[in-house]
Design a protein around this ligand. Sequence first.
Ligand code: NDP
Length: 496
Amino acid sequence: MAFDARHVYYDGKVQQSHGDVFRTIDPSTGNTLADIHSANPTDVDVAIFSASKAFPSWSSTPPMARSRILLKAVSLLRERNDEIAKLETSDTGKPFSETSTVDVVTGADVVEYFAGLVAGGGLNGETIQLREDAWVYTKKEPLGVCAGIGAWNYPIQIALWKSAPCLAAGNTMVYKPSEVTPLHAQVLAEIYTEAGLPPGVFNVVYGAGDVGGYLTSHPRIAKVSFTGQVATGKKVAGSAAGNMKYVTMELGGKSPIIVLPDADIENAVDGAMMANFFSTGQVCTNGTRVFVPEPMKSAFEQKLLEKMQYIRAGNLSNAETNFGPLVSRMHYEKVMGYISHGIKVDKAKLLYGGLEKPEGLPEDLTNGYWVRPTIFTDCTDSMKIIKEEIFGPVLNILTYKNIEEAVERANNTELGLAAGVFGRDLNMAHKVVSRLEAGITWINTWGESPAEMSVGGWKQSGVGVENGRRGIEAWVRNKSTLVDMSDTIQTVFAKL
Ligand code: NDP
């Protein structure tokens, strides 16, 4: 095996797991990477107990001291960037050119951001002077033991986006990675321990949905931060609501891009390609519905076709490779099913790609889960490929007659994760973006999600936000105290 077997991690070290064993696979070749030992319910109970024991001391550690430990973890993450990126490339199938420049980097940035925020007074409450001799003060108190549940597309980044604000705010965490990409979790736990995080503050359990379900519905869990599909999110949020747990839900999308009539076509094409083919289209914010003005359609398609040759599938460790396979056989079949449906049932016009593997793949990669980047055009709103999240490299072109109509059609979905506008007239771009029903929006760019920017979906795409100043609020509860120094108690029960 290329990697050591994985077991549950609690009390600051790897411990024996007692559940079933499954395997994680390199999606570029189909080869097995490691045995992963699932947690059984007792293992999950013990990990939660470890997190509960650690909570009183960690939550009362001054924010500045917590921050120092997190900053040490940031240094370790950056020192080990390439090693972790290689591991993520093996597990996810994303090219090293991507994992080495995005995944660990953007995760470490978020840890640094929240470490800085809490050290700089980000957990301070307010003081409200009511009268000369009475005031209210508020405190931001940590919640307790929190559960983090990750999706498979940005494994270590998701783990860091969840654990950074959670731990900075004084909570402890039990984290479950996706069973499809679990390798990063132990590395992260070890880095936190090496940085000085006390045992029990960050713990890991492995397993499929049943382990996630057991963890998130556990009575000792105060909050669930979940990233995944809408259907799973609804189940998890439903069980959490029944127990009055706090939740953050980062779910799927079917995001629109509106190319305005005055847009620079080259920029809009570059943006649309980044919005659909980066990470082989396995990004929640993918801009899969590209609305182009009717008169621009042919120029847009021509420029797009010119640039498709710059998508390079191949050996994932080669610096020039910028396109990998899909993450698993199951996901490959799902995406191929959508492409096939687009061709045969929706009858959209296939402009590029289709059901074959990318051309020129080396012999040793032919068993991997490779698909061709695909473009459909002349799409209509009622097609299945336009309505449902594909989560693969499938760009769909729709044309529009006027902006009013484009906005209305862009919003005609139950999802509301992201949206974007390309255009030279910034007044118009702002007006259009302000009418798009999505929590994450971009003008003349796509996909950047820096630590400072709060991100979260609207409608069925989620609840709450991650990152930015607002991100910390999801990990604390408010406590208000009213103090009266008048030495008299206001009472209605006085003698008449
Ligand atoms: P899933 O919903 O299938 O799984 C997400 C996580 O939930 C996995 O760890 C999974 O475990 C776990 N899980 C499954 N069932 C349960 C359950 N009953 N209770 C608790 N946990 C459970 O999503 P995917 O992994 O397929 O991720 C892709 C989806 O994630 C896409 O829809 C994408 O849009 C979305 N996403 C959203 C992001 C955002 O920020 N809005 C960012 C990234 C992705 P296991 O894998 O072991 O089954």
